[in-house]
Design a protein around this ligand. Structure first.
Ligand code: NDP
Length: 372
């Protein structure tokens, strides 16, 4: 028998109140078509915390599978595991292989698990670190999908559908939350694909730190980095005009990670027929849109949800992941900054719970990452 530990919750609430650690054993005799894995690394993403709080768009079902006193859910939507054994000798998964979730809400915050073979996607681990494999499938994939699928329409009220930004053309997009995992991936992919980015960040506690962050994003490939204060000020209009050569180079795409005033300012910065894609709501403020942008500028406002794209296009997702992993191996994509939380056998419930609770804090040095 394998001794395992899992984080779980049996009711929604703040992680520090509802998240618990369960110790259990796993039988080495596996059900047909299943795979025994051990965890290597799993990030703490905002969506994981929202799922625990019960505010996320999809609500997984509480089950008795884990053997907890009350039906439970194991949180964690992303991570990488090593295969320990497969129920079927003929399985495509062999001991030592690395796998990531093929489906949503698999529950990655646990030391070991038995998953159905179809719930896992094998990746080629050669040249990859566990951190890189554990963080490939949410943030970079979101940036990839949005940049490759959304952009401006070519005319005002003509009924012409929007097209994606043209790769290699130097077309502009603008994003807030530029320091997020998605934002950083968007900066780098844009650079690789010949697009140009305007990036909005929040000021840090000191000017030195703000300058350092600005430089960090520029080093990743950001063309323009502005602080939220600059972006929300009256002067932004003129600054934008000089960036876009008096409006000759219009901004065809806006990425909204934040909501509130920042989202309105993104919308106001867009050119004729542009698309604003909202994918996150970090400020928890609603998006307010001046009607004129809808009427006179014909701007399209759409939402993006990676989980839905993944369900709709399973094969496309695999190609995308392989593409991103090969860019990672080539050094074209830099690792996301992480704050590692080492999960040893002795690690306490409190330590883990605390790490998760702080996962949504702002101004962090890196994304929380459970490392086993
Ligand atoms: P990270 O954990 O990497 O970073 C969080 C970001 O949010 C930081 O840049 C932080 O800015 C910013 N932030 C935190 N609090 C606030 C606030 N009050 N106001 C403004 N900004 C704030 O995030 P991810 O990249 O993993 O996710 C970012 C967002 O995208 C989340 O809302 C997430 O749910 C969403 N998302 C959505 C997907 C989809 O399919 N729709 C897929 C992936 C992510 P700072 O650095 O200044 O602290």
């Amino acid at each position: 028998y394998i001794q395992a530990k899992s984080l779980f919750f049996s009711k929604n609430g703040e992680p520090e109140d509802v998240l618990k650690l369960h110790t259990h054993s796993i039988s080495p005799t596996l059900p047909p078509s299943s795979i025994l894995v051990r965890a290597l690394a799993a990030p703490i993403n905002p969506a994981d915390i929202n799922t625990i709080q019960g505010t996320y768009g999809s609500k997984p079902t509480f089950t008795s599978l884990l053997g907890t006193p009350e039906p439970s859910i194991v949180p964690g939507n992303e991570g990488v595991f090593e295969v320990l054994s497969a129920a079927d000798q003929s399985s495509t998964l062999q001991p030592g292989d690395w796998v990531i979730p093929a489906v949503s809400q698999i529950g990655t915050w646990r030391t070991h698990a038995v998953f159905g073979e179809k719930e896992l996607l094998k990746i080629d681990k050669t040249g990859l670190t566990a951190i890189q494999a554990a963080t490939v499938s949410v943030n970079p994939c979101s940036a990839y999908r949005i940049l490759r699928n959304y952009g401006p329409s070519s005319g005002l009220k003509t009924g012409i559908p929007a097209r994606p930004l043209e790769l290699g053309s130097g077309e502009w997009f603008i994003q807030n939350g530029a320091n997020s995992g998605v934002g950083r991936a968007a900066i780098q992919l844009a650079k690789l694909w010949g697009l140009r980015s305007i990036n909005v960040i929040r000021e840090r506690a000191s000017d030195e730190e703000t300058t350092a962050l600005r430089k960090e994003l520029q080093d990743l490939g950001a063309d323009v980095v502005v602080t939220e204060t600059e972006f929300l000020s009256r002067e932004w209009r003129d600054q934008l005009a000089s960036i876009t050569r008096g409006g000759r180079e219009q901004i065809g795409l806006g990425l909204n990670c934040v909501g509130g005033k920042s989202a309105t300012a993104i919308a106001r910065s867009l050119g004729q027929g542009a698309t604003m894609v909202s994918y996150g709501g970090m400020s928890k403020q609603p998006v307010l849109l001046p009607v004129g942008l809808l009427i006179f500028k014909d701007i399209r406002f759409v939402g993006f949800w990676l989980s839905k794209w993944n369900e709709k296009d399973v094969v496309g997702r695999q190609h995308m992941i392989n593409d991103i992993l090969s860019m990672t191996k080539n050094g074209q994509l830099v690792d996301v900054p992480t704050k590692e939380i080492s999960w040893e056998w002795e690690t306490t419930e409190d330590t883990l719970r605390n790490a998760v609770q702080h996962g949504l804090d702002g101004f962090q040095k890196g994304k929380g990452l459970l490392v086993f």
